[in-house]
Unconditional design. Structure first.
Length: 274
């Protein structure tokens, strides 16, 4: 006990304790600042939206901010130009540290090509469904005299007749040449699309053998969602007119039901007057 007491009273003992505490404190500070430097604590960057940009644009922008870029996939997505970014990870508006890697998916630089199906002597409705199912778009219907009305005579791409099996870019717009009797027996009465939703109007229009023409949206329609939820308030040609199948029908859309009713009353009064 006397030895311990003498040790505690010794200046040498307390000097060594002080040195030890100082060394431990310095070590802890060194570890703290080393970890802070390694993890770049507090240095975060908000990831911008890269969708729709080209790889080169995104790479230049991000690498200037210390973020690496890696392209991991290439897909075919309609609505984007070849080479544009269609997906990113991490997503936009998340925060990452410098040195983090952003993974990009690009739209294919070379559009996918698809073989044109054999539509000879297939009905218009069936041909349209077949084309749309594989990725083509029917832009126009051209009627030509034939002893087989309603059947597809040929398919045209950019004004040139193309044979079955011809490979065209995905999403290509084609025209169908459909037969009709020489006396114009394919005349069709225009139905009423007013008060129908945009989707319903498109369905009935297609079933009747017409083609959707101009779609005019009023001030109540501000987005694609609004257009899909809108109603037809006016059409041209009007109800009960007789036109050939394949002709275009223009539609006016609105979400204002009062405007629909007002337009209907006005149209009815004009028809009675004339």
């Amino acid at each position: 006990m006397i030895a311990i007491w003498n040790l505690l009273r010794s200046k040498f003992f307390w000097k060594n304790i002080g040195v030890a505490v100082l060394v431990v404190a310095l070590l802890l500070l060194g570890v703290y600042f080393s970890l802070r430097n390694l993890t770049r604590h507090g240095e975060q960057i908000e990831v911008p939206s890269l969708i729709g940009l080209y790889e080169e644009e995104a790479r230049m922008f991000l690498e200037q901010r210390g973020i690496a870029v890696e392209v991991i996939d290439s897909v075919q997505v309609r609505g984007y130009k070849p080479g544009e970014i269609v997906e990113q990870n991490p997503e936009a508006h998340t925060f990452v540290k410098k040195g983090r890697r952003i993974y990009l998916t690009l739209n294919a630089r070379n559009p996918r090509v698809l073989p044109l199906p054999d539509l000879k002597d297939v009905s218009y409705r069936q041909a349209k469904a077949m084309l749309e199912s594989v990725g083509f778009i029917v832009e126009n219907v051209i009627y030509a005299p034939s002893e087989f009305p309603g059947l597809v005579q040929n398919v045209q791409y950019q004004g040139v007749v193309v044979d079955a099996g011809t490979r065209l870019p995905d999403g290509s717009k084609v025209d169908l040449v459909v037969g009709q009797t020489a006396d114009g027996g394919d005349l069709q009465r225009v139905p009423s699309f007013v008060m129908l939703t945009y989707a319903e109007a498109q369905r009935i229009l297609t079933e009747a053998g017409f083609v959707l023409g101009a779609v005019v949206c009023d001030e109540t329609i501000l987005s694609e969602t609004d257009r899909n939820e809108a109603f037809v308030c006016k059409q041209e040609p009007k109800l009960d007119e007789w036109i050939n199948k394949g002709k275009r029908i223009d539609l006016w859309l609105t979400k204002d039901l009062e405007k629909i009713n007002s337009d209907n009353v006005q149209q009815t009064e004009e028809e009675i007057f004339f």
